[in-house]
Design a protein around this ligand. Structure first.
Ligand code: NDP
Length: 481
């Protein structure tokens, strides 16, 4: 079985205690690699390397940091096919998705922050003729980047690129479920002339080395993307030490369909919003709200389209949906579907595991599932499922659509579909979410703030927001006379 190693102080390293975790291919249900189950000793080495590397890296010019990130982007692009294949095997996502979204966006993140390193500027505030303030933006030190399994290298790069661009050194902890592409990436670091210790990647369990990383007193900031309960745990663990935190967490995002929407486009895109990556995207629209006049027609067309989605081997061209990340997650999703039925919901399509022949016979597949007939406040409509399961609910008018959208403890994203743009913009303003799309979904401009309100997030990443997060502002006031 292939072995995955940590990357510490410029070199690959086996875990200090020689403990390893099996890494599974979700499409086959079989272990195919082993990854370090790192311990405090590995972390200690990574911390020491990152601390030693900090001063020289912080003193490196922004242009040089940008060059390093651009070299990394080039290396990823040269190996895009290898990375996409590895991401598909590791996560169960369709290869086509990894090729068209995950890996191109890794390169885009690296390139964007290569530019940001040079373009990021701080402010000055003149006080008439008397004085001037200027604000320094200094790197923080050693920062922790903790990322989830659904978009493994994409979300890892989204954190490490701005952290490095701003002059910090990094200890990254990818999800134990999907360590492969972070490992492949670590093998490129020396070729891109990333100095030893500047980026350290430590693999292992969240509750083990992940928690130990959060508990390191010397860590200056933590950028975390993952579930809300883990985010709460991190916030609790760090509260007494006043760590700088950025938490990107779960969602239960509404998709609001008005009767005057562009029908075909709305069907295409709401289907995409529901089932991309098997519904394992924090931004997926899992509560579809449809205006009464078109509810029945939409339900019929949407269900017909969902039934046509091909659940299949992620490596085979033509599979729209691959496998869920783990057997435990597949079981959780099936339990959620059972709960929806217990709550009185009617399963309109899907609702069952999908058994595939051949190499995927033991894989963790679930059919795209649409459920109706549930009230907004039930658990199915309140709790994140993070799988290929959506509910569909009718609404009368704009006010009801907004009320239903906001009846959630989450506030990550929403999409609104309609041709009355003024109305869409009114709704966008009143919806409680960090990201709202009008007549589109998951269209991302890297300059914009990304993150959620309520239990979906704390702080924002993206563009200069990330550069601000990864730097400490210091104001200097100078009097002229
Ligand atoms: P988890 O919260 O389980 O894990 C996220 C990361 O945190 C993993 O690397 C995990 O390691 C690690 N971790 C777990 N426990 C701890 C701990 N106590 N201390 C430090 N680190 C820890 O989330 P998932 O990986 O299951 O990802 C799915 C979730 O992520 C969903 O809720 C989804 O909505 C959310 N998400 C949010 C996004 C956003 O931008 N708002 C984007 C993408 C996903 P390990 O896996 O090894 O346990």
């Amino acid at each position: 079985m292939e072995k995955i190693y940590n990357y510490i102080d410029g070199d690959v390293a086996a875990p200090a205690e020689d403990r390893w975790l099996d890494v599974f291919e979700p499409a086959t249900g079989q272990a195919y690699a082993r990854a370090p189950d790192s311990s405090a000793d590995d972390l200690k080495k990574a911390m020491s390397a990152a601390q030693s590397a900090f001063d020289p890296w912080a003193a490196t010019s922004a242009a040089e940091r940008g060059r390093v990130l651009n070299r990394l982007a080039n290396l990823v692009e040269e190996r895009a096919a290898e990375f996409a294949q590895a991401e598909s095997v590791d996560t169960g996502k369709p290869l086509r998705l990894a090729e068209s979204v995950d890996i191109p966006r890794v390169a885009a993140n690296l390139r964007f922050y290569a530019g940001a390193a040079e373009h990021f500027a701080s402010e000055s505030h003149a006080m008439g003729q008397d004085a001037i303030n200027y604000t320094l933006r200094e790197p923080l030190g050693v920062v922790a980047c903790i990322s989830p399994w659904n978009l493994p290298l994409y979300l890892l790069s989204w954190k490490i690129a701005p952290a490095l661009a701003a002059g910090n050194t990094v200890i990254a902890k990818p999800s134990e479920l999907t360590p492969m592409t972070a490992y492949l990436f670590s093998r490129l670091l020396s070729r891109a002339n990333v100095p030893p210790g500047v980026l350290n990647i430590v693999h292992g369990r969240g509750a083990g080395v992940g928690q130990a990383l959060v508990d390191q007193t010397e860590i200056a900031a933590i950028s975390f993307t993952g579930g809300t309960s883990t985010g709460k745990q991190i916030a609790k663990s760090t509260a007494g030490r006043f760590k700088k935190l950025s938490l990107e967490m779960g969602g239960k995002n509404p998709t609001v369909v008005f009767a005057d929407c562009d029908w075909d486009r709305t069907l295409d895109q709401t289907l995409r919003a529901a089932f991309t990556n098997q519904g394992e995207v924090c931004l997926c629209g899992s509560r579809i709200l449809v205006q009464n006049e078109v509810y029945e027609r939409f339900r019929e067309d949407f269900v017909a389209r969902a039934k046509q989605l091909v659940v299949g081997d992620p490596l085979v061209n033509g599979s729209d949906q691959g496998a869920l990340i783990s057997a435990a997650h597949r079981d959780k999703v099936l339990d959620c579907i059972q709960l929806a039925q217990d709550e009185g919901g009617e399963v309109l399509c899907g609702g069952t595991p999908v058994n595939l022949p051949g190499r995927c016979a033991e894989g963790w597949f679930v059919a795209p599932t649409v459920i109706e007939g549930l009230p907004a406040q039930c658990r199915t409509n309140q709790e994140e499922i993070f799988g290929p399961v959506v509910t569909i609910m009718p609404f009368d008018d704009e006010d009801e659509a907004i009320a239903l959208s906001n009846q959630s403890t989450y506030g990550l994203a929403a999409s609104i579909w309609g041709s009355d743009v003024t109305r869409c913009l009114r709704v966008a303003r009143r919806i409680e979410a960090g990201l709202v799309w009008v007549n589109t979904w998951m269209m991302r401009d890297l300059r914009t703030p990304m993150g959620g309100m309520k239990q979906s997030g704390m702080g924002r990443e993206g563009g200069f927001e990330s550069m601000r997060f990864f730097t400490e502002p210091k104001n200097v006031c100078v009097r002229y006379d």
